[in-house]
Design a protein around this ligand. Structure first.
Ligand SMILES: C[S@@+](CC[C@H](N)C(=O)[O-])C[C@H]1O[C@@H](n2cnc3c(N)ncnc32)[C@H](O)[C@@H]1O
Length: 238
């Protein structure tokens, strides 16, 4: 039986989003960082410094994801979808957005100020990519130009909560502001340690999260509980 936890304005499901999403009801926006699909071997002389790649491969976070989850989310009301992807997935992601029914699109980036060194025959991995697609009545939120920039700059942090691919909280807050409206329900069907959840709650959104790995699910529950305890009714202070 699926575990469901309700914490503040967040509802969290332990399980496979491809199977569970239809049960979660209406949602307004999807903000997610699904498993990338990319080779995790290699790294040349810097491989010994890239132990995180071993953790990513062990958690199968290099095997991609089912875009059918995004299709289901749009069918359940999402007029705004923001998805991180590895550049090797660019054709899959652009095909999905082309047929998604979403009308407006923006390619957005996180420029890492402390990227991994590179010693193989590839470019330096200083950019993370996320695609934001939307349709009316949604329009990109945020009331200042800094929030609306396509490029966000910041360093790759430590894995503060122990997840191998944790995103910076400030980056996720910017995406929440741009890709959803106050009072709306944000879905992250690949929740990980719950960074999207904490960002969404901090900005007055309700949140629905799905995570398949019980250890990561527990990590997200603890993190969101602590955020709700320390912050306001919605979550941690913005
Ligand atoms: C890239 S991580 C997300 C990390 C997150 N952004 C954070 O800051 O912690 C993707 C997560 O999706 C989970 N996942 C993979 N396949 C899934 C599925 N079918 N349903 C639900 N969760 C899934 C993985 O266990 C992993 O924790």
């Amino acid at each position: 039986m699926t575990r469901v936890e309700r914490i503040g304005a967040a509802t969290l499901y332990l399980g496979n989003s491809s199977e569970l999403l239809r049960e979660v009801g209406n949602i307004d926006a999807v903000i997610t960082d699904p498993p990338y699909e990319f080779p995790t071997s290699g790294g040349g002389i810097f491989r010994q410094n890239r132990t995180n790649m071993d953790r990513i491969a062990a958690a199968k976070l290099d095997k991609g994801f089912d875009t059918g989850v995004l299709t289901t989310a749009v069918a359940q009301g999402a007029n705004s979808v923001a998805v991180f992807y590895h550049y090797d997935q660019v054709f899959q992601i652009s095909r999905w957005f082309e047929t998604s029914g979403l009308e407006r699109h923006s390619g957005n980036f996180w420029r890492k100020t402390n990227p991994m060194p590179v010693a193989n025959r590839h470019y330096q991995p200083e950019l993370e990519y996320y695609w934001h697609g939307w349709r009316k009545p949604f329009g990109v939120g945020g009331d200042n130009l800094a929030q609306k920039k396509r490029v966000w700059e910041g360093k790759v942090g430590d894995s503060d909560f122990g997840h191998p691919t944790e995103k910076p909280l400030d980056l996720m807050k910017k995406i929440v502001i741009n890709a959803s409206d106050l009072g709306q329900t944000v879905l992250d069907p690949f929740m990980g340690s719950g960074t999207t959840a904490v960002a969404a709650l901090a900005h007055g959104r309700a949140f629905v999260g799905i995570e398949i790995d019980p250890a990561f699910f527990d990590m997200a529950c603890r993190r969101i509980e602590s955020s709700v305890r320390q912050g306001n009714l919605f979550g941690e202070a913005a």
